[in-house]
Design a protein around this ligand. Structure first.
Ligand SMILES: Cc1ncc(COP(=O)(O)O)c(C=O)c1O
Length: 440
């Protein structure tokens, strides 16, 4: 049987029953996904409860970078869980090994880390750290930014859904524009490497909004939830210089962009950034719940004992996963595969866009590519109404994709980094057929 292989309409008979049962008992509050009940997955291939197989372009949500259920990761987690599941703040063998491995895998200036469980917990922790280290409370963040759904994370973010209808956000968050090369109405992307217009406006924003108590800034290397928006080359470096010239702390949110996703181990490597704090999640455990904050020892030195802690942070199972994922990343050269296959997929997707009336932009690097759908390529009016069609039609043919975007009109191309050339071709053939058949 070929992969992918989908027989009959979705969901299949077992899938239909299970979805009905799920909706009866668990609140139906997640985003729209293809009607597929996942049963198992290996590498880049997902099998559903009806035996259908799919190539996965979601990696969960950019999580399973080393491939679904990599045997080395599975064994490490099984072995660790048979010995010790949790011991709270006490050191354990795996935690110590994971901290050492993570620090060694980071750029050398980041010489300390701390383990938590989710990305939101890491960005919350980073906001506390920025405030605590400086004694100030204002944080600059970005329109379209996403740092999670907890209170501080949602307040730092600039997406509607985590905030709308939840009352006032935490005071002291100053949200500023993020340059978007595809929709550069205000010219923020112009004038590299100084980006004078943009940074003049940033100064103006501070003049108008800051009370003079700035602690730091948090930014994603590319905006994930807002639609895989990559800023113009050189802008992040200029931003870092601007932040440091003001004596503020620079936090890079690499929860989604790290572990080879952009074709480098860390997205900060592309422009040789030297953030004071980095938040890490998703790929670090490749499916096991673990996140981390990395920072300089100097930044961490502001915290007293007991100031940062978490019930499950640094547990032996998650820590074993951290080590196993790094073994796989290094042993299988997944960063290089991300760069090579990513470039190949981007070129083929750009060729599809040239033939399509509605695929307005193909962007990204490595294996994080965004497909932005518009009603008309000239006006660039967003076409969110096409997204459900793309998700469902792709799933019907054996390709799993998800969506993001400030306007809900971007499809994520983010397969596990183990994707092979034949898997890339088979999945691109499906996307091409679906995109070229789209009508409004
Ligand atoms: C850049 C970024 N930061 C933080 C988060 C929040 O992570 P989590 O959902 O694990 O809390 C996400 C999740 O998508 C993210 O993409």
């Amino acid at each position: 049987m070929s992969i992918p292989h989908v027989k009959g309409p979705l969901p299949g008979p077992k899938g239909s029953k299970l979805i009905a049962e799920w909706q009866k008992y668990e609140a139906d509050v997640t985003g729209f996904q293809a009607p597929v009940v996942w049963d198992s997955a290996k590498g880049c291939v997902v099998t559903d409860v009806d035996g259908n197989t799919y190539i996965d372009w979601t990696s969960g949500v950019l999580v399973t970078n080393v491939g679904h259920c990599h045997p080395h990761l599975v064994k490490a987690v099984q072995d660790a869980s048979a010995r010790l599941l949790n011991n709270y703040e006490c050191p354990n063998v795996e935690r110590i090994a994971a901290a050492k491995r993570l620090v060694k895998a980071l750029p050398p200036h980041l010489d300390k880390c701390f383990f938590l469980s989710t990305g939101s917990e890491a960005t919350e922790g980073a906001s506390r750290l920025m405030k605590r280290r400086t004694g100030n409370y204002e944080i600059i963040s970005f329109e379209g930014g996403f740092h999670g759904r907890t209170a501080s994370a949602a307040s730092m973010g600039g997406m509607a859904k985590p905030k709308h209808h939840y009352g006032p956000t935490i005071p002291g968050m100053i949200r500023v524009p993020f340059p978007n090369p595809y929709r550069d109405d205000y010219g923020w992307c112009k004038g590299a490497p100084q980006f004078k217009r943009y940074f003049d406006y940033l100064e103006y924003m501070l003049m108008a909004n800051s009370t003079g108590n700035l602690a730091g800034l948090i930014v994603e290397p590319y905006q994930g939830a807002a639609g895989f928006i990559f800023p113009p080359e050189g802008w992040l470096k200029r931003l870092e210089e601007w932040v440091h010239a003001k004596g503020l702390l620079f936090t890079l949110d690499e929860v989604q962009s790290s572990y080879g996703r952009t074709g480098r181990m860390w997205a900060m490597e592309h422009e040789d950034l030297k953030p004071d704090i980095v938040t890490i999640g998703k790929g670090i455990g490749s499916g096991v719940a673990v996140s981390a904050i990395a920072a300089t020892a100097d930044v961490f030195s502001c915290l007293q004992k007991g100031e940062m802690s978490s019930t499950l942070g640094g547990n032996p199972v998650a820590s074993a996963a951290v080590c196993a994922v790094l073994d796989i990343m290094e042993g299988e050269d997944l960063v290089a595969n991300s760069a090579t296959i990513g470039a190949y997929m981007k070129a083929r997707l750009k060729a599809i866009a040239r033939k399509s009336k509605h695929l307005g932009d193909v962007r990204g690097m490595g294996l994080v590519l965004g497909l932005e759908f518009v009603k008309d390529k000239k006006t660039k009016e967003p076409a969110p109404q096409l997204i459900k069609k793309v998700i469902v039609e792709c799933a019907n043919r054996g390709l799993l994709v998800g969506s993001v975007g400030m306007f809900g009109n971007v499809i994520r191309v983010a397969p596990p980094l183990v994707i092979t050339r034949p898997e890339a071709d088979a999945s691109l053939d499906i996307m091409e057929e679906v995109v070229l058949a789209l009508t409004l």
